[in-house]
Design a protein around this ligand. Structure first.
Ligand code: C2E
Ligand code: MG
Ligand code: MG
Length: 663
């Protein structure tokens, strides 16, 4: 505050606050006029104001200067009053600079917040309900999502911007928000302004009125989840479909067959066809995985080309497919199976080469065979098994005997486990003779099962189940050890032959088991002869060949058993040097009657000498057969004529007798 003389403009008195604010000393004020604290541009205005007393009794805005030249924004309030005997004016000055700075800051904060909201990746909007849904806030993301601009929307009501359909939807959401005091959220597909569809996740809530009156604004936040949902949908499709063939996958099939089986009735039955490509593995192995994949795709296409709309074709994995048929209008699953097999018999094109493939199909019907999915799948599986057993390239329909047969196999499996634990297996030994003399060359070990109820069971009756269940591995290992232990007690010139199943070839521990059998028994490895069948070359050659070579490297001899029955090609003989060829007994029994058998016998002698392999004839039952084999030049013989398979005790007697003969 100060008091000044309106005639001379001189300060008459100033208070402490004025001294502090302007930075002039009291002494300085004594020499100054009120014009001195103003910039030159304001001075005339001051002179006029003083003359007209226009700043008296009212607030007026001014720019003042401090002693150091800083500009001050001030409000002044003037009042005339007598001072020391003259008319003077009291000026009350309020510094506005800080107020202005604060105001500026508020504006800046406001702008900052606005820009945050504007730049949020979420759509944020506020609607005024009282003004027919006029938008008081509508950020850029809103516009991006719905294809409008905030300018279009500014101040306008929904009605002016959105279609009737959009508006109805938005209003419905608003009503839900108005009905509660909390936040409502929902995910809805919304049409944007160009007719496209967006999936929005929106939360809306009413902003409570500050004065306790009726709420007026609705705040909404929306997130565009369209891309997210599309990705999820794609993932669901991927999760339900086989990536290679594009067919439904196992997961989808499982769901589908459950409801299909449930829905099946006598008048609207459903058939489940399990389809398996015969010997797919050998195609995969010989032609490569890319060719295998191409084949699977083509099979899938052919299946699809035969079925009808409303049926399902699925790939369950590997070379297994499933087809679910709706059997309405007297349609028969057998007919479809025939047509599927016929379609699959047409050669496939694998990289320009024609490939012949056959398939096996197992069929089960709901509700006839089973009314639920588990039963139906099991029945179709049993039927498929029967089709494979029935020579492949064919189909079988489920019959209850199949289940009984499966149960029998299952019981047998348990019994075999038990037999192994209880030591019910025994090896019989059949002598093998060199043909030119009475010399015993060794024995073939042949397994028997001393069944507590059924008596002695031959390998034909249990080896297939053992192979199927994998039990052949421990059983085979037992036979190997037992044979080696026994042979180790024999004179050193006698060999023992042990049979090996193809499925034992797939066991990673086979080679170690052989090594152990030799080490533990102390048998010289060249006295152990491993008999394999030609079927080893039907499956995984890439795996079998190195394994055979490794056995050879251990010092073992390898014989090919049942020669002439397993495989139509002889080319495998070139890929591995067999020590022995055992001609199947079917050719031996034909010697007397069938000229063809004799021709084959001669050919085998030729092959044996060409490949430097010992030739052995199995199943020699008559003197005439023996004479013929001797005449043709076979090296070794084995058969009932010379000795049946006998328990180990008998072999010792035989060895003793032969030794005595030799001596
Ligand atoms: P294989 O290896 O061809 O064995 C020869 C089979 O012919 C034996 O049948 C034997 O008893 C029979 N046999 C021998 N001489 C004659 C004959 O003069 N006339 C007739 N009709 N048959 C004769 P077995 O012992 O029933 O064995 C059958 C098959 O079981 C064997 O055929 C072999 O493949 C398999 N096997 C036997 N023991 C084992 C084993 O320990 N492991 C594996 N994996 N398979 C075995
Ligand atoms: Mg054999
Ligand atoms: Mg044989």
């Amino acid at each position: 505050m100060w008091i000044y003389d309106p005639l001379t403009y001189r300060f008459l008195i100033v208070n402490d606050a004025a001294v502090d604010l302007y930075g002039y000393s009291r002494r300085a004020y004594e020499q100054m006029t009120v014009l001195d604290i103003r910039p030159a541009s304001e001075r005339q205005r001051m002179v006029d104001a003083v003359a007209r007393r226009s700043d008296v009794d009212r607030a007026e805005r001014w720019t003042h200067l401090k002693a150091d030249g800083t500009v001050l924004d001030v409000f002044t309030y003037g009042r005339e009053l007598p001072f020391e005997g003259r008319q003077a004016i009291l000026a009350i000055v309020q510094d506005q600079t800080e107020v202005n700075a604060a105001r500026q800051q508020v504006t800046e904060t406001q702008t900052f917040l606005d820009s945050i909201i504007e730049n949020l990746p979420l759509a944020v909007f506020v609607k005024d309900i009282e003004q027919d849904g006029r938008y008081v806030l509508y950020n850029a993301a809103c516009g991006n999502i719905l294809g409008t601009t905030s300018e279009e929307i500014a101040g306008g009501s929904e009605r002016t911007v959105f279609s009737e359909r959009q508006m109805t939807q938005f209003r419905k959401q608003d009503e839900r928000a108005l009905a509660t005091s909390g936040t409502v959220s929902f995910e809805e597909t919304v049409e944007d302004c160009s007719g496209g569809k967006r999936i929005l996740r929106t939360a809306k809530r009413v902003i409570p009125a500050c004065n306790g009156g009726r709420p007026r604004y609705i705040l909404g936040i929306s997130q565009d989840v369209t891309a997210e949902r599309e990705t999820e949908a794609r993932l669901v499709v991927m999760a339900m479909h086989d990536a290679l063939t594009g067919l439904a996958n196992r997961a989808y099939f499982s769901d589908y067959i459950r409801s299909a089986a449930l829905a099946a009735t006598k008048d609207a039955p459903v058939a489940l066809l399990y389809l398996d490509i015969d010997h797919f593995k050998s195609i995969n192995d010989s032609k490569g995985h890319a060719a295998g994949d191409a084949l699977l795709c083509q099979v899938g296409d052919r299946l699809l080309s035969i079925v009808r709309q409303g049926d399902l074709v699925a790939r369950l994995g590997g070379d297994e497919f499933a087809v679910v048929l709706q059997l309405t209008d007297g349609r028969s699953a057998e007919d479809v199976a025939e047509r599927l097999l016929a379609a699959l018999r047409v050669p496939f094109d694998l990289d320009g080469a024609a490939e012949h493939v056959t398939c096996s199909i197992g069929i089960a019907r709901a509700p006839e065979h089973s009314a639920d999915d588990d039963g139906l799948m099991r029945d179709a599986d049993l039927a498929l098994y029967a089709a494979k057993e029935g020579g492949r390239s064919t189909f079988r329909i489920y019959r209850p005997e199949m289940r009984r047969e499966a149960e029998r196999r299952h019981d047998m499996k348990l019994a075999l486990h038990h037999a192994l634990e209880e030591g019910q297996f025994e090896l019989y030994y059949q002598p093998i003779y060199r043909i030119d003399g009475p010399d015993l060359a060794g024995f073939e070990a042949l397994i028997r099962w001393n069944h507590p109820e059924r008596g002695l069971v031959g390998p034909i009756d249990f080896i297939p189940v053992a192979e199927e269940t994998g039990l052949i591995v421990p059983i085979g290992e037992w036979a190997l050890n037992e044979a080696c232990r026994t042979a180790a007690r024999w004179p050193a010139h006698l060999r023992v032959a042990v049979n090996l199943s193809v499925s034992q070839f797939r066991d990673a521990g086979l080679l170690d088991a052989m090594r152990r059998a030799i080490d533990d028994s102390g048998l010289a490895p060249e006295r152990l002869e491993i008999e394999i069948t030609e079927s080893v070359f039907l499956t995984d050659v890439a795996h079998s060949l190195p394994l055979l070579r490794a056995m050879k490297a251990l010092g073992l001899r390898i014989a090919i058993d049942d020669f002439g029955t397993g495989y139509s090609s002889l080319s495998y003989l070139r890929s591995f040097a067999f020590d022995k060829i055992k001609l199947d007994r079917s050719f031996v029994s034909g010697i007397e009657t069938d000229a063809g058998s004799l021709a084959i016998i001669r050919a085998v002698v030729g092959i044996g000498s060409g490949f430097n392999a010992t030739t052995l004839a199995e199943g020699v039952e008559t003197e005439e057969q023996l004479r013929a084999l001797r005449r043709e030049g076979f090296a070794e013989v084995q058969g009932y004529l010379l000795g049946r398979p006998r328990p180990v005790g008998d072999t010792e007697a035989l060895i003793a007798a032969t030794d005595a003969l030799a001596a």
